[in-house]
Design a protein. Structure first.
Length: 175
């Protein structure tokens, strides 16, 4: 009876490589263990955005979307995350109505762009899944005037990058 050593050699090589990978993983520092000197995203809350300013931000976001033939839903919330204004472009995806509002709420409540959460998920920082009422998809931008958060704008219906471009056009008008 002849015993082949090839399967054993492959198995031994796999164990060796697995041990190396585990050792490398154990040595990789967790970026969440870093303690920042100052509080990140510590934007003070300001007075809620006015309806006129919310409408102007939406108009700017829609103008940007129209330049590219994107059909988007655009929502603006106040500093407390409450809906102030909303518009759905003709042909915009219906499922994205609530998503645009959710992106705006997340940006206002957490005082940061929703892209931060998307980046965390892509970087395998699974803590994001433990946060309440977060959407980890770009297209939510805080609206800051005079260093204070007055609301946020959220766009949905395109790709995340398309949503983000339109939102930034709306946010730029408010600043």
């Amino acid at each position: 009876m002849r015993i082949s050593l090839l399967p054993m050699a492959i198995f031994a090589g796999a164990l060796c490589c697995a041990g190396t990978t585990l050792a490398q993983t154990a040595q990789t520092p967790n970026p969440l263990d870093t303690v920042p000197e100052s509080m990140p995203f510590n934007i003070p809350y300001g007075a809620p955005i006015s309806l006129d300013a919310a409408d102007a931000a939406i108009v700017a976001a829609i103008a940007e979307a129209k330049q590219h033939n994107w059909a988007l839903n655009v929502a603006v919330v106040d500093s407390g995350g409450n809906l102030v204004a909303f518009k759905r472009m003709d042909g915009a995806q219906l499922a994205s109505i609530q998503i645009s509002e959710h992106k705006a709420r997340t940006a206002a409540k957490f005082r940061r762009e929703t892209k931060v959460f998307e980046n965390a998920v892509q970087g395998s920082n699974h803590y994001v899944a433990t946060l309440d009422d977060v959407i980890a998809s770009r297209g939510g931008i805080p609206l800051v005037v005079g260093g204070k958060l007055i609301g946020a704008i959220g766009c949905s219906g395109g790709t995340g990058s398309q949503d983000e471009v339109a939102c930034k056009a709306g946010a730029a008008l408010v600043k």
